[in-house]
Design a protein around this ligand. Sequence first.
Ligand code: NDP
Length: 342
Amino acid sequence: SREVWPVAYPRGEVRPADFRLVDVPVPEPGTGEVLVRNTWTSVDAALRLRLRETAPPGYFPAFPLGRPLDGVMTVGEVVASHADGFAAGDTVWHAAGWRDYAVVAAGQPALGGVGTLRRLDVRAAPAQAYLGALGANGLTAYAGLLHVAGLRDGDVVWVSAAAGAVGSLVAQIAKLRGHRVIGSAGSAAKVRYLLDEVGVDAAFDYRAGPLPDLLAEAAPDGVDVYFDNVGGDHLRAAIGALRPHGRVAICGMISEYAAERSAPGPDNLMLAVTKSLTIRGFRASAMAHLIPEMTREVGAWIRAGRLRYRETVVDGLERAPAALAGLLRGDNTGKTLVRITR
Ligand code: NDP
């Protein structure tokens, strides 16, 4: 059985040499545990935050070196169960990813409850969808937009990293709720994807010019809600473009994850006073109670063909580190997944 272990904390870009593929015996499940053969495993921007000597205070701790990553979503099939409520053949999700086989204790909270061992309905959607639109990404988009940003009728919404896993769901949920939506991403091809497939009203490539100008062109009258996946210059531009009583849901700040030291904050924060803005961070891991509601609503949109998702699939567990490096560079469109077995 193979496991991917971090062996060095990346400096700047993630390199495959920061990881090692290790052969270990298939673990034995004890009482209350199941043995899972993982089939798909998730690749997430937020992993970068834990691949550092110290993770941000209050966040999940840094991943220890020389051990498998605990706290990465994955799906697989139960091959042996000593836990009530689970049987061989069940498809499940859990948080012991980036390895072929995992022993998981039923009911043991993982990732704040979002990654606790859970049986999946694979008649409703393929297993890997539970790593994206019907999983933690769906929860993040749904909870952040509807419960954190406090969408109101008529709000104009800007989503950054809009062609990514979380962003493409945020953009679509906002459209489904009847909003005007602006999406930004890092290439012309992604802009086309946003306009043609995600269905946003306007989109721009943030590398194509000064961000405030690009945003003003896409949203001449400003925005009411900014869903922030990027931080830095994007957050600054949003604060400039928000209308009075505008709201920011801070989901993530990917532009800063590889930085050795944190960047100074936006220099225009006084506008939060003058425009009575609300800036709220959130963690999907604290919102596991919304999983049933999210699954119902997002599931219904998917079945009705009203919400679509793309996947960037990388084949082979050994390529998980390269897949993460690719995501951080922006190679992906939609959800980044590693297919461990067919
Ligand atoms: P994505 O699928 O969105 O991939 C990340 C994307 O970020 C890349 O495709 C790239 O696209 C973009 N990007 C990378 N570097 C930069 C940069 N310097 N400036 C602008 N864009 C950049 O990843 P996820 O869906 O996993 O994560 C998206 C965000 O959501 C992250 O900030 C993550 O931390 C956050 N998150 C927060 C959660 C929470 O509970 N609050 C839970 C899950 C995720 P491009 O080509 O457009 O540059």
